[in-house]
Structures are given as structure tokens and as C-alpha cells.
Design a protein around this ligand. Structure first.
Ligand code: 5AD
Ligand code: SF4
Length: 484
């Protein structure tokens, strides 16, 4: 696996440049500390990064790991390490609970290794109640920071290594985007690329706008430049990341030469030579434009996969969720996509148990799943997030009823996904090989353009290669096949 660290050099001379240089100085400083400690202990120091949540967090963790490696830590899979950092998610309560559970277990390692440092960052840390709880019940934590100042991890790491006190640095908001920080990619052949940060939509159930702040787009030049560097470094597939990619660029002033739309940005990224596949996540159905469909149609490099979160099929629930589309307008959009791009897989997110949701509302959702023939759907049980409008809605649905509705929906989702997958049986498709199969090492696992997984005979040498595979057998949501 490719493990070298990229420091993307820049020609920009604005404030963010100065900041990234400052952070590189802190890396040097922390390196001295780590090397002194190595001499003292007579061994290498280890670091473990534990990631919860979405692709944004996965990308942030690649940045954290790069800094830890530059500072001199060896990567450890185990939390029995000298430095452990939890990059947290707070979209649903179960993610929070998992962090508290892991923290408790980690404190036992610290009892045996007193110079161990434990850090927390990410979305959950943007919530005041969480910080209070950690201050009170998890006194052994050494460093806490949030989503807006992750770029200064090197600096915070230095402070933490030099201090015995709990360091807490949480910002409410930022308008800053710091470019050119080191990154250590998990996969040599594919990478996430942030195109924007934050969300302005305020869906009533969702905590993201409160913990990730307002929308800030990176300049198209920085994005394209990052993609070019990634390709030069062996990357074949990028995923452009944003909470709502359709709002890309809307935060630039009208006379800013950077102001381009998301479809225009996609076309620019398609021009990057050597890049073979481009994905994006996530578009909001309320502002999915015809222009975007045109761009996808024109550019075979763009993956044949659109993730289009539905959340609910009931127009009344959608209104209360502040989603700004209706059941009919969503179905009309799906129709338009399927007509114009028949080979595109459409996947979705659905929430069950939003306040006031009745079994009849869930029937509406099931109706949309059947009519839209989703290729896959992630179904979530509604989780009440303190501070969001929906947390204050009076008619929270009893757990038993939610569970029943959830099971009813899941059955239809699985059935629909299976029917959609089966359609590809016997077809030959390009597959980007990702790994050796975990269960059977004579097989490798890869993904089609439409995101379907396929396992087929092969070895490690195929990882990162784009190969033609005949999809022989459908097993629900994945295929087994043969290379042709
Ligand atoms: N409860 C349950 N699911 C949620 N999501 C976001 N907020 C909540 C919540 N409070 C789901 C949405 C979103 C996905 C990333 O997480 O379906 O699309
Ligand atoms: Fe949350 Fe809605 Fe923003 Fe997505 S679009 S991050 S669901 S507020």
C-alpha cells in the first residue's frame, strides 16, 4: 500500500498559505518531542486514528494521520497506542454512544501507559453538552478540538504533548479554508476531495448545520489542482465531497471569477488527464439541475451512480423536515434521471420515525421506494438531536411503532435493490479493484461505475487496476464474476 505523505505545494499567497506553513513548523516541533520520548522509552511511539461517520470524516482522518506520521508516530490499528484520536460523528445518537464506549475502554490502556495521550475531534465536539460531559466524567482525555480548527491539529498536538492539562479548543464558526496540509491516503488509487464545507439547509432533524457551520466552497482552481496532484500520485478515482454539492459556489460573490456552478466544476474535473472515474456525494433533490444531468450524460468518466437522499416519501413529513420538495417532485426527478441516464444507479437515505410520522406516511415512503426502484437505500431510525427544531416537536413516535415501520420498509428496500442488481447479470463492466477479499484470499473485490460491489478471482497485483469483469452471479446487493 502506498504510504508516503503528500504535501501539496501551492502558489497561493493568501492567509491560508501562511497558516499551512505555520502548521508545518509545529510538525517540526512535535517531531523533536516524539524523538526525545523515543530515546527515553527505547522504542518507537505509536498512534491510532479511530474514525466514525461519513466520507468527510474519513478524509479528515487521512489528514490527522499524515500529521501523526510526519511527527514520527507509527500507525497502529489498536487503541493500545501512545496517541489515540477519535474523529467523531454526531448525526445519530448511537454514534455518540459508541464513542463513549470506546473511550471507557481506552482509559484502561492509559492506566498502564501513563504518558499515553487521548484526543477527541469532529462533529460531536461541537456540542456544548458533550464537552461538559467529557470534562466531568472523562477527565483522562488530553485534547479536544472541533470541526472548524482541524487544520491546526499540529499546533494542538504540540500543546498537548507539552502539557499535563486537558486542552480544549472549540470554535463556533469559521470562514477560513486552509489549503496545502499534509494528507496520508488510506487507498493509493482513490481519494475523497472536499469541494465545500458546511451546510445551509437546516433540515429540521439534522445537527450538521450546527456542527459544521455555513457553506464554504473551495476555489475551483484548488480543487482541480488537488485532483491533478492526486492523479500524478496514482489516483484513478476521486469522490467530490460536500454536504450539498448542488450549492457549490453559491457562497462566492457574483463578480468573483471563482464563481462556477457544481456542473461546471464537474466538467473542469473531467478534464483532468489520467483521472478515470469521478464520483460526487451528496446532491440535494431540491436543486438537482438539468445542467447536472447533461454534464453526467456528456462525460463517461462520471460514475453512473447518483445518491439522492429521499428521507421520507410523505409530502407532509417532507414539509416538516424542511426538505423543500414533495413526493411527486422527487418522483418526477427520479423519472427524469432514469429516462436520460438509464444506466445510472440511484441510491438513497431514508429516516423512519420522524416526529408525527404515521404508518400511512411510511406507506407513502414504501410507495416511493417501489416507484423509484432504488438500487440501494440506507435506512435510519430517527434520532432526536438536541438543538434541532424536530427535537422540540411534540409528537415523537413510540419505539415499538418505529421498529415495525422500519422492518416493513427494510423488506421492500431489500427486495427492490435485489431486483435492480439482477438486471446486470451476464453484463461485462469495468471494475476498479479495491482489495483482496477478506473472506477468500483467492478473490479480489472491486466496484462498478454504478457503485455495485463485485468479487472475482484475482490477486493483490490487481489492486488499483481498472479491469473488465463479467457479472456472472447476482447475490442480492453484490456480484461474483470472472475477468474477461
Ligand atoms: N436521525 C436519523 N437519521 C439522520 N440523518 C441525519 N440526521 C438524522 C437524524 N437525526 C440521516 C439522513 C442523512 C444521513 C447522512 O443521515 O438520512 O441523509
Ligand atoms: Fe443535514 Fe439536510 Fe444539510 Fe444534509 S442537507 S447535512 S440532511 S441539514
Amino acid at each position: 500500500m502506498n504510504k508516503e505523505i503528500n504535501i501539496l505545494n501551492s502558489n497561493r499567497n493568501d492567509i491560508t498559505d501562511a497558516e499551512s506553513l505555520r502548521q508545518l513548523e509545529f510538525i517540526e516541533k512535535a517531531r523533536d518531542y516524539v524523538s526525545d520520548k523515543e530515546k527515553e522509552l527505547g522504542r518507537k511511539l505509536t498512534a491510532c486514528v479511530v474514525t466514525f461517520g461519513c466520507q468527510m470524516n474519513a478524509r479528515d482522518s487521512e489528514k490527522l494521520l499524515a500529521i501523526l506520521r510526519l511527527v514520527g508516530y507509527e500507525e497502529s490499528e489498536s487503541e493500545n497506542a501512545d496517541f489515540v484520536i477519535y474523529n467523531t460523528c454526531t448525526v445519530r445518537d448511537n454514534a455518540d454512544q459508541r464513542v463513549y464506549g470506546r473511550l471507557g475502554a481506552c482509559s484502561n490502556f492509559k492506566k498502564k501507559n501513563p504518558h499515553m495521550k487521548i484526543a477527541l475531534c469532529g462533529c460531536m465536539m461541537q456540542e456544548q453538552t458533550v464537552i461538559e460531559k467529557i470534562k466531568k466524567s472523562y477527565r483522562f482525555v488530553d485534547l479536544i478540538f472541533g470541526t472548524h480548527n482541524i487544520y491546526k491539529f499540529a499546533e494542538l498536538l504540540c500543546t498537548c504533548l507539552e502539557s499535563d492539562r486537558m486542552i480544549i479548543d472549540i470554535w463556533k464558526e469559521t470562514d477560513k479554508i486552509v489549503e496545502d496540509l499534509p494528507v496520508l491516503r488510506k487507498y493509493p488509487f482513490k481519494s475523497g476531495v472536499n469541494i465545500m464545507f458546511g451546510c445551509n439547509n437546516f433540515c429540521t432533524y439534522c445537527i450538521v448545520p450546527y456542527v459544521r457551520g455555513r457553506e464554504r466552497s473551495r476555489s475551483p482552481r484548488d480543487i482541480v489542482r488537488e485532483c491533478e496532484k492526486l492523479v500524478a500520485d496514482g489516483v484513478k478515482e476521486v469522490m467530490l465531497l460536500g454536504q450539498n454539492v448542488n450549492s457549490y459556489g453559491l457562497d462566492f460573490k457574483d463578480d468573483d471569477p471563482n464563481k462556477i456552478s457544481f456542473p461546471e466544476l464537474l466538467e473542469e474535473v473531467c478534464k483532468v488527464e489520467g483521472l478515470e472515474r469521478i464520483r460526487f456525494m451528496t446532491p440535494h433533490p431540491k436543486d438537482f439541475s438539468d445542467e447536472l444531468l447533461d454534464v453526467i450524460e456528456r462525460n463517461p468518466k462520471i460514475a453512473r451512480h447518483i445518491h439522492l437522499p429521499l428521507q421520507s416519501g410523505s409530502t407532509e413529513i417532507l414539509r416538516r423536515m424542511n426538505r423543500k420538495y414533495t413526493k411527486d417532485s422527487y418522483l418526477a426527478l427520479v423519472d427524469k434521471i432514469r429516462t436520460k441516464l438509464p444506466d445510472v444507479a440511484i441510491t438513497t437515505d431514508i429516516i423512519v420515525g420522524f416526529p408525527g410520522e404515521t404508518p400511512a406516511d411510511v406507506d407513502e415512503t414504501i410507495d416511493v421506494v417501489e416507484k423509484a426502484s432504488f438500487d440501494n437505500a440506507f435506512t435510519f431510525i430517527y434520532s432526536k438531536r438536541t438543538g434541532t427544531p424536530a427535537a422540540g416537536f411534540p409528537d415523537q413516535v413510540p419505539e415499538e411503532e418505529v421498529k415495525e415501520n422500519f422492518d416493513r420498509l427494510l423488506k421492500v428496500v431489500q427486495e427492490t435493490a435485489r431486483k435492480q442488481s439482477e438486471k446486470l447479470t451476464g453484463v461485462t463492466e469495468k471494475v476498479l479493484v479495491e482489495s483482496v477479499n477478506e473472506q477468500d484470499s483467492s478473490l479480489v473485490t472491486g466496484r462498478l461505475s454504478n457503485n455495485t460491489l463485485v468479487h472475482f478471482p484475482g490477486d493483490e497485483s490487481l489492486i488499483g487496476e481498472m479491469v473488465d469483469v463479467k457479472l456472472a452471479n447476482c447475490h442480492g446487493f453484490y456480484f461474483t464474476g470472472e475477468r474477461v
